[in-house]
Design a binder for this molecule. Sequence first.
Ligand code: ATP
Length: 322
Amino acid sequence: FDSIAIMTSGGDAPGMNPAIRGVVRAALSEGIKVYGIQRGYSGLIADDMSTLQSGSVSNIVQRGGTVLKTDRCIAFKDPAVRAAAAEILRRRGIGALVVIGGDGSLTGAHLLEEETGIPVIGIPGTIDNDIFGTEDTIGFDTAVNTALEAIDRIRDTATSHERHFLVEVMGRASGAIAINVGLAAGAEMILVPERAIDVAAISSELAASRRAGTGSSGIIVVAEGPTPGLTARLAEQLREQGQDPRVCILGHIQRGGSPSGHDRVLATCMGAMAIRYLCAGYSDIMVGVRDGSIIDVPLDDVIRFRKGLDPSLLDMALQVHR
Ligand code: ATP
């Protein structure tokens, strides 16, 4: 390829910047020109892009968010819009597209390739770690550590006031953040979308540990789940059962912040490997991790299959409070 384009799409994740840097530096070293597309698919269909030099990605490796900006672009779900997007890329002589984002963004990339023949490479950038075919996603480690720091602080208050706190972390469909944060924080309970919530059982467990003198305070980590307001509703139901938990919703603080060392290394390697795969003629794949090594995963599989939680981790997490 003479030229490629790169974008970030969907929710921002810490580590997107080192991934952009990895792609740009690897491409330039191969003599490939790189266009940076602004605001994901919205910028692509508006032809909002400019060339990136080596210096364009200096001093971003440590910054959260994404310097290319990101967006959700409903219009890109329309095949006619994707055809127009391919035309824009072709007119500029851009031979391939690298997309950094979550499963929605990777779905868009796969469809673009399938329908228009534009080669695409996906990089999993999402704090949720919910993408099939890869053990890790860019931003997950940072988000877990950010939530953990917050929970350690909340525990000080919970202990001092002898209270239980319901702490809501991100994860609409996946309990990956909740389980990792819960285990690391020594949470008394972890509630995830993969398991039904039994309010009566939680209430009696809290009451029993209080009676036993072992549980006057504690942290219950709750993944936000698919419907907004879950944690507030749960607190209300627990109050009706005689408990008095406090609620803390961590929200967007989990998405920002300087990427951890782990995420910087992961993102840099994934970015560089995306270019290596492109140069080797691969397309319609995502760069993933298996057994600690970088691998290629067909995008078709990525969007067709759902990633489940590691069953042993899930069992361990659900047992910690017993
Ligand atoms: P995260 O879940 O981490 O926020 P994501 O990439 O899954 O990231 P989405 O909002 O699902 O976030 O998708 C981002 C963008 O990808 C959408 O706004 C849209 O432009 C594109 N996209 C998502 N789903 C599709 C689809 N089925 N077809 C085409 N494009 C899609």
